[in-house]
Design a protein around this ligand. Structure first.
Ligand SMILES: Cc1cc2nc3c(=O)[nH]c(=O)nc-3n(C[C@H](O)[C@H](O)[C@H](O)COP(=O)(O)OP(=O)(O)OC[C@H]3O[C@@H](n4cnc5c(N)ncnc54)[C@H](O)[C@@H]3O)c2cc1C
Length: 477
């Protein structure tokens, strides 16, 4: 669905950089005083809204339902406990230094997230998103990506060259076009003198070249093209030490004392003069509220939002999403298979296997044993953590053979549909359906933007809410 939205131009490939943060002088120079803002949710949108408002001295309080801040930005380390909505509990047994980005893991270079990492001083390193020496696993076979690409491009080029030479494209091409096309295909498909595909140095495997029929039978074209997408193309980046370094930096700037964890908002009332947010220990009164709760959860919290808005908030399309962190005592993918980072795309229900982009040649390392969505994720969500692990290991063995089970030290599986206070990996379809501003209540979150399931969307929506509040606060004082 997101790919289709991208093809239609509905998913942005750049973000606006024209943003002037609120300044303390905006108030002091005009004799006005900063207002009170209550923020619901300490995910990226909530923390970013607080961070931006504090630049102008707003009086900010954040209520967060979970015990931990960060929302979907979740990095799991040894000792962390994960309890799911159904009650299943896992305690991560990862060794010192191992971490698992159970939510976001990569950042594209054009995303606002990069600007925040720079501003907050979060060190970055390359995230190897695509690796030509990783595999395409299809119909029981693991083929190096470079080989699958070379063979597919080669055979398609040969077919097109034949069609052109047999006159099948004469209605579309001039004689010059035809010459240019054949030159292009020679290079694009590494065709020989006779415009036939006979392999070449782009392939990683010395074995026999598959027939055109075999190549067309791979049937996972996505595996050959996904890393060309605007949000997947290299170079991509990750914070050194874990994605939650961004959360840590935001919290350090906002101040822990402004964040009340384990405090879900239970009622939100806009009285016209202020907003009253009730929680189990009392209420917070503020001039404005920024609600960054997932929309499907906000729809269930009693509030003064118009009924039609509540109805729309509950109408998004929820995607399940799952990830499995596998910690190994030996980096066999580097030592035995020469894979340093990147992804093996598969036609199995694990979706893909991710190899780590850091710690090369260290003794231990953590693979992502599945990263799947929708029905595939739901199938794993329904299992116990032990059964998820077993199912994923069986699938991984098909890609890597028996070594996939050897040297495994520990694992943690993450089910986003079963994550309390989040309940989905993403909520799609509400952009342009729900307005951001409702009286004194402002909504924010990735789901309000064209960048659903990207932190960049959460940052963008937070900035928009902050600018709207600030403009109004300067008028209302
Ligand atoms: C598996 C996965 C992979 C991803 N991959 C990437 C990636 O590679 N790169 C990237 O940039 N992004 C990625 N994302 C998306 C990214 O995590 C999100 O876009 C971003 O974290 C959303 O931030 P948010 O603040 O909008 O929402 P959330 O993080 O969902 O925050 C909402 C907060 O509201 C809190 N809350 C809920 N109910 C209440 C209540 N009643 N009162 C108070 N608080 C409440 C929740 O506990 C939560 O902390 C991924 C996400 C997932 C799940």
């Amino acid at each position: 669905m997101l790919a289709a939205m991208g093809a239609l131009g509905l998913v942005p490939s750049s973000q606006s950089t024209t943003y002037t943060a609120p300044q303390p002088g905006d108030f002091t120079l005009t004799g006005r005083s900063p207002k009170r803002v209550v923020i619901l949710g300490a995910g990226i949108a909530g923390l970013a809204a607080a961070y931006e408002l504090l630049k102008a001295g707003y009086d900010v309080t954040i209520l967060e339902a979970a015990k931990k801040v960060g929302g979907r930005n979740l990095t799991i380390r040894g000792g962390d406990e994960i309890t799911e909505i159904g009650g299943a509990t896992q305690r991560a047994a990862f060794r010192e230094g191992t971490y698992f980005n159970a939510g976001p893991a990569r950042i594209a270079q054009w995303m606002l997230t990069m600007d925040y990492c720079r501003e907050l001083g979060v060190p970055l390193e390359i995230f190897v998103n695509s690796n030509a020496d990783a595999y395409v696993h299809t119909s029981g076979k693991s083929i190096r990506l470079r080989t699958a690409r070379a063979d597919t491009q080669g055979h398609l080029s040969e077919l097109l060259a034949k069609a052109a030479n047999q006159g099948a494209l004469d209605a579309d091409l001039t004689a010059d076009d035809k010459t240019n096309l054949l030159d292009l295909l020679r290079e694009f498909g590494q065709l020989g003198e006779q415009l036939t595909y006979e392999g070449g140095e782009r392939r990683a495997d010395p074995g026999a070249i598959p027939s055109v029929g075999e190549v067309l039978g791979y049937r996972i074209p996505y595996a050959l093209t996904w890393d060309l997408a605007h949000d997947q193309a290299m170079p991509m980046f990750q914070p050194v030490g874990g994605m939650d370094r961004i959360v840590d930096a935001l919290v350090a700037n906002v101040g822990r004392h402004r964040i009340r964890t384990g405090t879900p908002a239970t009622k939100i009332t806009d009285t016209g003069r202020e907003v009253v947010v009730e929680h189990r220990n009392g209420a917070v009164r503020a001039d404005y509220c920024v609600a960054t709760l997932p929309p499907h959860i906000l729809a269930r919290v009693p509030s003064s939002l118009p009924q039609e808005v509540v109805f729309r908030l509950g109408g998004g399309f929820l995607f399940a999403g799952g990830k499995l962190g596998l910690e190994y005592g030996r980096r066999w993918w580097e030592l035995d298979e020469k894979i340093y980072g990147g992804t093996s795309e598969t036609d199995l229900d694990i979706g893909r296997i991710w190899y780590p982009s850091h710690g090369f040649h260290e003794r231990r390392g953590l693979l992502v044993g599945y990263y799947n969505l929708a029905d595939q994720a739901a199938a794993y969500d329904a299992l116990s953590p032990a059964a998820r692990l077993e199912r994923a290991l069986r699938a991984g063995e098909q890609v890597h053979g028996p070594r996939y089970r050897k040297d495994l030290l520990s694992s943690v599986s993450m089910s986003w549909a079963n994550r309390p206070h989040v309940e989905a990996m993403m909520n799609v379809g509400l952009q342009n359906v729900v307005e951001q501003t409702h009286g004194r209540i402002y909504l924010a979150g990735d789901w309000l933007t064209g960048l659903v399931a990207w932190q960049a969307g959460a940052f963008e929506s937070a900035r928009k809410a902050v600018l709207s509040i600030h403009e109004r606060a300067l008028k209302e004082n």
